[in-house]
Design a protein around this ligand. Sequence first.
Ligand code: PMP
Length: 397
Amino acid sequence: MFESLVKAPADPILGLADIFRADERINKINLSVGIYKDENTLTPVLNSVKKAETYLLKNEQSKTYLPIDGLATFNLATQQLIFGNDSQLIQENRVKTAQAPGGTAALRIMAEFLASKIKVKHIWVSNPTWPNHRNVFQTAGLKVKEYRYYDPKNHDINFDAFIADLNRIPQGDAVLFHGCCHNPTGIDPTLEQWQIILDIAIKKRWLPLFDLAYQGFGQGIEEDVLGVRLFANSLPELLIASSYSKNFGLYNERVGALTLIAENAEVADKAFSQVKTVIRANYSNPPSHGGNVVAYILNNPELKEEWITELTVMRQRIHRMRQLFVKTLQEKGTKQDFSFIAKQNGMFSFSGLTEQQVLTLRNDYGIYIVNSGRINVAGMTLDNMSLLCESIVNVLA
Ligand code: PMP
């Protein structure tokens, strides 16, 4: 039965990581997969995480199953991180959260809930978007459609086209937004633009969904959720998939959450019971360790402060690298204007490099960038910047 299968193509992003690992060139530079790197191109465990793990190792009493929706302390902490400690939504029991094995699982549960429980047929994603969105939603049985988002000529949001497309989406469809740090473009709507988008959602009555994988990597943990909060406070229903992979550096622990908002506590309860049936049929219940770490940190004021400081260091390093990248490209003699890169949010930039230029950089210079031209700015350091920019300028010439 297996013989007739054809080989699946390598994942466009994770596949590159394997090729990078096998590359023996000493000066190779990895700007592909979305992992934060420090100035030594390492991704160390955060100190706040180490402290939480030390505590947990000493105090953990049992490895018994978590509930289907995971740890209650984690789920409440997730809601507070998104909506604020004093959120009325939480007080009114309009919010329900299920801990999930990573943002990807949260998206998958979201997708199956939409497809099988409320019979949504179409989901709209931005063009471009994180390639796995299409995989996840399609596999769950939804038809994926695209709304225009990016203007490659001006390296900016194409707001007129974006709005025009949102206005054409029919009632009953679902529309996915990136809460902050849009992957791959690094360009987010302003608060004024979110308000316009929200007004369309209210008028057209499609269901907004948020993918929140980079809270704290844009402008700050509060600033990065202003758009999500605007929607949450104005709409009866919303779904949010969070990931703690990046902001806690817990990539391989698989920590995320699916949060559901309904118009009142009773509806939230009913809808969430259906979310739980989806989870039960997928992975039954989430793993404990990563969720425990996040809950322990977020519920301990001193550790939370330490985590915020560590997150700030990561965010500021990326901002500095953006500025230095633009400056060094100029110094190396580029004729193109790359100043847009300094204005973007999060780890990623759409560089504007063509697929051919990306391949030349990979083959001739050992510089790894995703074929779409998406660059992980966190892969840049003071040490590799000069070589990186020199190579890019050569390839552009
Ligand atoms: N959404 C976006 C936009 C992402 O970039 C990622 C991670 N690359 C995810 C979701 C998934 O995160 P996780 O690793 O927690 O599954």
